[in-house]
Design a protein around this ligand. Sequence first.
Ligand code: UDP
Length: 347
Amino acid sequence: MTKGNGRLAIVAGGAGFLGSHLCDLLLADGWRVVCIDSFRTGRRDNLRHLEREPRFDMLEWDIIVPPAAKDARRLRPAAIFNLACAASPPHYQSDPEHTMLTSVMGTRNLLRMAENAGARFLLASTSEVYGDPDVHPQVETYCGNVNPTGPRACYDEGKRSAETLTFDFLRTGRADSRVARIFNTYGPRMRPDDGRVVSNVVTQALAGRPVTVYGDGTQTRSFCFVSDLVEGLATLMNHPDPTLGPVNLGNPAEMTVRELVDRVVALTGAEARIVAAPLPVDDPRRRRPDIGKARRMLGWEPRVGLDAGLRATIDWFAAEPDRLVVPEPHRRRPHANGNGTDATKHA
Ligand code: UDP
């Protein structure tokens, strides 16, 4: 499956940040692509450039519900990528029930579609399955430290259940499935109201607003540029052996949030005021992928350095004034020193 050769790939969540870049990559690799999206967090703008692409189609469908019979009959994909889920903490926490069901019911609906079509299936899982990890860096054999009752649980436990379903379909021979555990990723087409650190800080600095550091900024993350990440997804799907188990995809270059913020501000050239904001509940203290398995088994590793990736991201946000417009914070995000009802400002 190195090249698409005109075969059909479905990208669920294809109008989102990662999904839209994956659609581009697959089309460049010779696939036909159908993007499935509920457009709850995905955006048509991310796919506007594909409107006249004859090998591309879009289907509005929330994967929580089973596919319409006509779609189930019509779509005979060779590959299904499941990237459909709100992924930034403020978005996935704004409707936790929907988030959980997207991972559980949505993954089941797509796995059944893969089973019926004999398609390969790839689940976009997450580093969040490791929770607030006590093993560092996080290796795939580590089972994680997730708080099952906290505000992040709808996403973390949802994805853990989605992994369970995916491996059950594999074990029982129902679908040739793979699982990628995606670590923090950034780049063009992030939503300005995504609420994540890179999009927040870039939009804040460019718009001359105060830049928010949650907590004391000593928590760490490892940031991967989007082109590297989607290449990893395609490589994992193309791998002939489905018994790899979960594979971490991310950039192992770890830094504190404060270091990242300082770097973004320096690259924008802005004179930004940095302000402290409350640390969200269950915010992981440290996160860094062990990508030894991806290196060994897939021959994959990230290639884009932080400065190059941040420059591309900053240029994209700066290219159109609309991209800096963040609606008033309208979502509540519980934070560590509150009772779970205070709003954390995201921009
Ligand atoms: N963060 C921050 N300022 C912001 C947004 C996030 O300091 O404006 C912090 C957040 O508390 C976390 C890290 O940056 O420690 C990464 O957060 P993000 O929401 O991007 O992703 P997460 O890794 O938490 O899913």
